[in-house]
Structure formats: structure tokens, C-alpha cells
Design a binder for this molecule. Structure first.
Ligand SMILES: Cc1cc2nc3c(=O)[nH]c(=O)nc-3n(C[C@H](O)[C@H](O)[C@H](O)COP(=O)(O)OP(=O)(O)OC[C@H]3O[C@@H](n4cnc5c(N)ncnc54)[C@H](O)[C@@H]3O)c2cc1C
Length: 419
């Protein structure tokens, strides 16, 4: 039963990040009375800090007929419908209506020319156009479901609605407002979770194992990387750091990495190195280290030879005098470098959380819980994790639009859409 002081809405959305703002604007513009709540002081902080302040808001390489190839999930096909129904082109069109432009960078990644703030302003304007009641710095103390209504006790009083949308994101970067609240609500309503883990995250290595490479901190080079157990491989840049490895290559593979899995790295992916080195033997009088420097960064060439007790004595040897066996050993070690991470830098450094609300218990067309009427989960809180490069924001936009339209469909006589 409604209490006298309770404010009623058609839908309450908790989490005013990428997915929550988008969902609120879509539902509001279709005539629903929408309340959008966030506990943080600043709005949409992850959009603001993303893409170095320019928000890599989508990726035009996303294949809308087969989008699941860019996403990790226990149920990857779940994301197909929403991503095909609201595509990168749709988001670009929305930006165009707000006078925002973009630049394509590496591998289909699109960045906003007007900075991340331009995207946030656009979403806020869309929410205003939909009459969304938007409250920052509002804490939800608890959620109840009674008489087909979700009743939330909050720091601004009790509020209720027949639909509750959870858009509270993942666990990464707790200092800007990430919490496990969405996962707790899932548990409260008996929705299973897929195990949570930091993803798109730098990997760490055992101190002793890493000592030999610590002098390489700051060095970056293009590599091919894969895990020992997964078929997937990424061609990206690798960055040596003081504690381990980072850069796009590591962030990508970290999402596929299980704790006991070794990494396989090809440090010279564009050359059949063994054949190249053996061919050099026929004519090169240059020192081995100098020939290696022609195909690899100098610091890496020096360090690699010094780290191997069998190759170190050959470092200054004329290439023509280096035994075939040593050449094969060198090529093998550089092109099949295997190493065992000891862990990750955790949620403090992760861009996203892998795992989350099990999508087998959600409707892929609406994001509604199959067994709990009126309860929806959108964005990163679901068990859908995109590759690096704009895929995670695209999932936030697409899942939000699917949900926002479904909320509209629940009203008995919907008003005409706002253009
Ligand atoms: C450093 C960094 C850079 C990134 N760069 C990119 C990029 O360039 N491209 C890309 O595609 N992805 C990027 N990502 C990932 C992307 O930001 C997320 O996948 C995306 O923001 C998820 O959207 P969301 O709406 O689900 O969650 P979020 O955007 O995280 O929004 C969740 C909201 O819920 C609020 N909230 C949390 N708990 C509560 C609670 N208990 N009560 C009320 N409110 C709550 C939070 O304050 C937040 O506003 C980046 C992430 C990080 C950390």
C-alpha cells in the first residue's frame, strides 16, 4: 500500500551513468514519469574519464549481425538483439542532432571531438527533454516489492514505481562511486550472478620472475598475444611497467585470462624470425645484438640476450658466426614467450567488471528479469563485457534503449514519441 508521503513514478532507474542516463531519456521522452537516482556527487564520472577525456563512445567495427564476437559472457548471444536494434550508427546520429562530431582512431574506435563532457551534456539534455526527475547524492537504503510496486526507501524519502531499472554498473574504480549494490538487488530477487572479476586490467607478475624485465619499464611495442588455453589472439601494443605488463594487448587478453593460465606473446609478430635470422647468417658480419635491434627495440634486444645465459656470450658475436641452434633458441623465445601472471592490479585499475547478472535469467529484448516482473538490469551490471575500444559504452547505450522502449510498452495508452 502507498504511504501518504511516497512519491510515485512509472519507472525508477538507479545509477545515472551511461546506461541509466540513456534509459531515462528514452523512457521519459515516451511519456513516462521517470525518477533517475545516483548516490555520487558528480554525474557520469566514467564517461568523463573515459578515452583520456574524449570518451571512446563506440566502435564502428562492431558487426551488428554477429556482435557477440566482441563480448565476453556465459551467454554471449544474449547481447545480439539489443546491439542490432540500437547500433553505433544510431548513437552517431544522436550525437549529430546535438552538434557533436567524432574522430576515428585505432581499429574502429570513435572518440568525441568535443570531449567526454559533450556526451554527458547531450544525455542530460535528452533527459530534460523527457522531463526526467533526476537526483544526485541520493542513497537508496532498501528496496521492497509489494502490490506490484517497487518501493525504495531513500535519503530523499520513499519512492515507488511498477518498474525498477538497475543501472549501477560494475565494481571498477570504487573511488568514483562504484558499488556492488546492483548485484545485491539481483541476489535479493533470486537472480543468479556469474562470478565477478576485474577485466581490461593490467596484469602483475611475481617479483623475482619480473626482476629481469623491470629495467624495460616504459617500453612499448606491437605484439600478438593470447592465453595458453584460449583460441582468441589480439594484435595490439604491449607496455612494460615496473610491476608487470600493461597496454592495450594486456588489457584485451586480461578479460580472457583465468588464474592458472599462462600468456603466450609473440614479440615480433610480423616476421618469420627463425628464417630471417638464419638467412642473415649467410652474409652479416654485424654483431648479433645489432641485427636484433633492426627488428626489435634496442632496449629489448639488449635485455633479451642478457637474460639468457646461453645467448648472452653471443651478444657481440658476428651474426655469421652464431650457431644455428642459438638462432633457433632466440627466435623461439621471442616468438613464443610464455609467462605466468601472478594476478591483476584489481578493481582500482580495471576498466570494467566481467561477470554479473546471469543473462539467461533476463529477456534479451527488454532486459527484464524473466521471473520478477518490472525488474530490469542494463549496462555493465549484466554479464556482458566488451572488448577494449568502445564496445562497453555501446552495450550500455543498446541495453538501455531496449529497456527504455520496453518500459514505454508497459503503459496502457502510450503518447506519441517525441521527435
Ligand atoms: C578509466 C575507465 C575508462 C573507460 N573507458 C572506456 C572507453 O573509452 N570506452 C568504453 O566503451 N568503455 C570505457 N570504460 C568502461 C565504461 O565506462 C563502462 O563500461 C560504462 O560506463 C558502463 O556503463 P553503466 O551505465 O553500466 O555503468 P556506469 O557508467 O559505471 O554508471 C553506474 C552509475 O551508478 C552509480 N551507482 C553505483 N552504485 C550506486 C548506488 N548504490 N546507488 C546509487 N547509484 C549508484 C554510479 O555512481 C554511476 O553513476 C572505461 C572505464 C573506466 C573505469
Amino acid at each position: 500500500m502507498q504511504t501518504p508521503s511516497e512519491s510515485r513514478y512509472d519507472a525508477i532507474i538507479v545509477g545515472a551513468g551511461a546506461a541509466g542516463l540513456m534509459c531515462a531519456s528514452v523512457a521519459g521522452q515516451r511519456g513516462l514519469r521517470v525518477l533517475l537516482i545516483d548516490h555520487a556527487k558528480k554525474i557520469a564520472e566514467k564517461i568523463r574519464i573515459s578515452g583520456g577525456g574524449r570518451c571512446n563512445f563506440t566502435n564502428i567495427d562492431l558487426d551488428t549481425r554477429n556482435p557477440q564476437q566482441h563480448f565476453i559472457s556465459e551467454n554471449p548471444r544474449f547481447c545480439k538483439h539489443a546491439l542490432a536494434a540500437y547500433t553505433p550508427a544510431d548513437f552517431i546520429q544522436l550525437m549529430g542532432r546535438h552538434g557533436l562530431t567524432y574522430t576515428e582512431k585505432h581499429k574502429g574506435q570513435l572518440f568525441c571531438d568535443q570531449s567526454s563532457a559533450g556526451i554527458i551534456d547531450m544525455l542530460l539534455t535528452e533527459c530534460r527533454n523527457g522531463g526526467v526527475d533526476h537526483r544526485q547524492e541520493t542513497t537508496v537504503h532498501n528496496v521492497r516489492y509489494t502490490d506490484d510496486q517497487y518501493v525504495l526507501d531513500t535519503s530523499m524519502g520513499a519512492v515507488s514505481a511498477p518498474s525498477l531499472v538497475i543501472a549501477t554498473g560494475g565494481l571498477s574504480i570504487p573511488k568514483i562511486g562504484a558499488t556492488d549494490w546492483g548485484y545485491q538487488v539481483a541476489k535479493q530477487f533470486a537472480l543468479p550472478l556469474q562470478a565477478l572479476r576485474p577485466a581490461l586490467v593490467p596484469l602483475t607478475f611475481d617479483g623475482v620472475q619480473w626482476q629481469a624485465f623491470s629495467d624495460l619499464a616504459g617500453l612499448a611495442l606491437p605484439v600478438r598475444i593470447q592465453t595458453a588455453s584460449s583460441k582468441i589472439a589480439f594484435d595490439e601494443d604491449l607496455l612494460f611497467t615496473h610491476r608487470g605488463l600493461s597496454g592495450p594487448a594486456i588489457l584485451q587478453i586480461s578479460s580472457y585470462h583465468a588464474s592458472q593460465d599462462a600468456l603466450k606473446i609473440n614479440l615480433c609478430p610480423d616476421k618469420p624470425l627463425e628464417a630471417h635470422l638464419l638467412a642473415l647468417k649467410a652474409h652479416s658480419k654485424k654483431q648479433l645484438v645489432n641485427e636484433l635491434t633492426a627488428v626489435l627495440p634496442q632496449r629489448l634486444s639488449n635485455q633479451w640476450l642478457d637474460n639468457d645465459p646461453e645467448l648472452k656470450p653471443l651478444r657481440e658475436r658476428p651474426t655469421s658466426d652464431v650457431p644455428d641452434k642459438a638462432m633457433r633458441r632466440l627466435a623461439e623465445s621471442l616468438q613464443h614467450w610464455r609467462l605466468q601472471p601472478s594476478g591483476t592490479e584489481g578493481y582500482a585499475k580495471a576498466e570494467v567488471t566481467a561477470g554479473g547478472v546471469d543473462t539467461r535469467h533476463l529477456d534479451p529484448k527488454t532486459m527484464q528479469a524473466k521471473a520478477q516482473r518490472g525488474l530490469y538490469f542494463i549496462g555493465e551490471v549484466t554479464d556482458i563485457t566488451g572488448w577494449l575500444g568502445g564496445y562497453n559504452f555501446q552495450w550500455a547505450w543498446s541495453s538501455a534503449v531496449a529497456c527504455g522502449k520496453a518500459l514505454h510498452a508497459k503503459t496502457e495508452s502510450p503518447p506519441p514519441p517525441v521527435h
